[in-house]
Each structure stands twice: as structure tokens, then as C-alpha cells.
Design a protein around this ligand. Sequence first.
Ligand code: MTE
Ligand code: MO
Length: 153
Amino acid sequence: MNAFVPPHRHDPNPFPPSDDPAFLLHRPDGNTIRLTVADLQALPAVAVPGCYIVSTGHGTSGPFTFGGVLLRDLLAAHLPAGTTWSAVVVLSGDGFGTRLSAAEVREEPVLLAYAVNGRPLTRREGLVRLIVPGETDDALKQVKWVGQIIPEP
Ligand SMILES: Nc1nc2c(c(=O)[nH]1)N[C@H]1C(S)=C(S)[C@@H](COP(=O)(O)O)O[C@H]1N2
Ligand SMILES: [Mo]
């Protein structure tokens, strides 16, 4: 499936689309599974220091130490063995999203974050939030409220 990624807005939405941080993983075999913060916490925890949320609109915030699970670890744990993907689309419930190449997911510490600075991330702050540490293009990959993850063949 080639998912539609909405055009990016530069006016960040402060309001979570729902209270529930669970999200869907659409497996290329056609099965969709629902994952919770507890499912993330069952995988190896990774902390990435020195992260910034860079915005032209309201300036840069940070540095933050985001904590969570590597997206590549989540995919390895929840896709059938041998599943290949060339890109991963991450969509939020409020119509935001991004497409990541396999290279950046494999080579960068791309995180599904549930913690910040050693404490739980609040829903308002984006739980569960995609963090792409090196990205400085208006935070367009720092997707709050991850709702769907779609690996593309
Ligand atoms: N789901 C979602 N994620 C989003 C956005 C949004 O509107 N919706 N805006 C992006 C933009 S443009 C910015 S600048 C940052 C703002 O992050 P902050 O609210 O933590 O400051 O979130 C990014 N992630
Ligand atoms: Mo932004």
C-alpha cells in the first residue's frame, strides 16, 4: 500500500486528536495490529540526548532527551520475519505525517518517544511522538500523536 501523506502545514497543532495514545501498525501482509505504550515499553529503551524541535513559527525548543523505542526495533519485533520495506509512513490522527526512507530508519536513531527528559511524555506533548533527531526542517518529521505506521514494500 502506498499511503497518502498530507501536505505539511507549518502551523503546529497544539491539540491532541484524542486521549488514546494507542496506534495501528499496518503490516505489508495485510494484517493490522494495535500497539500501546506498554508494547513500546516492552522493547529495549533508547534515550537520545540533544534533540531540538525547530520551528520557524515559534522558534526552537530544546535540547531535549527523548526516550522511547527505535522505530526499526519496533518493526523488527512486530513484522513477520523476512518482511522487507523501502519506506515507512507515519501518520497522526490530526492529519499530519511524514514518509521516512529505509536508509534513515536504519541509520539514524529514529524514535517512537514516550518519555522526555526522564519523565513520561504527556499526551499534549505528543505521546506517542516520532522523533527524527537530525531533522531541522520546521519539525516536519517530529510527528505528535502517532496514529498509524505503514511500512511500504
Ligand atoms: N501531529 C502533529 N504533529 C506535529 C505538528 C502537527 O500539527 N500535528 N506540527 C509539527 C510542527 S510544524 C512543529 S513546529 C512541531 C511543534 O512541536 P511542539 O508542539 O512540541 O512545539 O510539531 C510538529 N509535529
Ligand atoms: Mo513547524
